[in-house]
Design a binder for this molecule. Structure first.
Ligand code: NAP
Length: 294
């Protein structure tokens, strides 16, 4: 099978690491606007050869893993260039605008809208991780708009990588993901900013920072080039989640100002049920295993 990855960074690189492990005969072609990333992907053995859109006529499967603003520009051109029996999947963290841009494309049936719920705060081919997708959920939108045989090819490949599939419409995807992913990133970025602004002497931050601080600001290391277009595309949902979050922060501050320590206790106690909610998630199970090994 000829597999093309457009955007050979964390998501695309991790995908082909698994593909190469599971399908040694697959030939992997890499396309990227960043020449240094292409060279790195070649030297890391993530791709077999560099390619251009002119080579897409050879493709059986294409993963497009570029930032979401670039997805809107590039996906129509990629669909124009692939043969009729090729499936093109994206990995974008937003879905509504991308699905709208492609809805009238003559090759809409070649496109499968995907969002793998897997990743780290790092970018580029050197951040690629073997097994990143194992046990993780891949959200697929508007599956009925993809040709049946091409759905099957993509689902077979995702199954080989150990992914679980969840179907959702693009509007619901963007609304839900605003809470569990986009808000977490803003919260982490703004916590990092608050501490940096207050504590100009970085040495003190490092001396006093415990694992709680480090894990809470982990997402603030994420790439602005990837996240700014996500917030732009999901602006309305993100604004709504931020309003609710700010209300909760203000209410917590009010409890402290009023010295209502019982109220503070009750708020935290109620929120502790997050432990039970998260227990079933693959990421939580992995963390529990890692912690028990330490
Ligand atoms: P990444 O590590 O930065 O890789 C993206 C690669 O695409 C980079 O090499 C980038 O080059 C290149 N690129 C940018 N514009 C391009 C274009 N027009 N044509 C070809 N290549 C282009 O990013 P990533 O973390 O893999 O994210 C890729 C996609 O996956 C995004 O849509 C994101 O929303 C989605 N996603 C990410 C995560 C996560 O945790 N990271 C999780 C799920 C989904 P430059 O570095 O020079 O820009």
């Amino acid at each position: 099978m000829n597999i093309f990855v457009v955007g050979i960074g964390l998501i695309g690189g991790s995908f082909v690491k698994d593909v190469k492990a599971k399908m040694p005969t697959a030939k992997v072609y890499g396309i990227d606007t960043n020449e240094a990333h292409l060279e790195e992907a070649l030297s890391l053995g993530l791709i077999d050869t560099k390619a251009t859109y002119a080579d897409l006529s050879l493709a059986d499967f294409v993963l497009v893993s570029v930032p979401v603003d670039a997805l809107q520009r590039e996906l129509p051109k990629i669909l124009d260039a692939v043969p009729d029996d090729c499936v093109v999947c994206d990995a974008g963290s937003t879905k509504q605008q991308i699905c709208e841009v492609l809805q009238a494309h003559p090759k809409r049936r070649n496109f499968l809208a995907c969002h793998p719920i897997a990743g780290t705060e790092f970018s580029g081919p050197s951040a690629a991780v073997l097994g990143l997708y194992r046990g993780k959920t891949n959200i697929i939108c508007e599956i009925e708009k993809t040709a049946f045989a091409l759905q099957e090819r993509a689902l077979e490949l995702f199954g080989l990588l150990g992914m679980r599939i969840r179907y959702m419409n693009p509007v619901a995807h963007d609304r839900h993901i605003a809470y569990v992913s986009h808000l977490s990133h803003i919260s982490s970025f703004m916590l990092g900013k608050t501490v940096i602004d207050k504590e100009r002497n970085e040495r003190d931050i490092f001396d006093m920072a415990g694992s709680g601080f480090e894990s809470t600001v982990r997402l603030a290391k994420s790439s602005p080039a990837m996240w700014a277009p996500i917030f732009e595309q999901n602006r309305d949902n993100v604004v709504e989640t931020l309003e609710e979050y700010i209300q909760n922060l203000t209410a917590f501050k009010e409890l402290l100002v009023r010295e209502d320590y019982e109220g503070i206790y009750r708020e935290m106690d109620k929120t502790n049920r997050i432990k039970d909610i998260l227990k079933g998630l693959p990421e939580a199970k992995k963390m529990a295993q890692d912690t028990s090994k330490q």
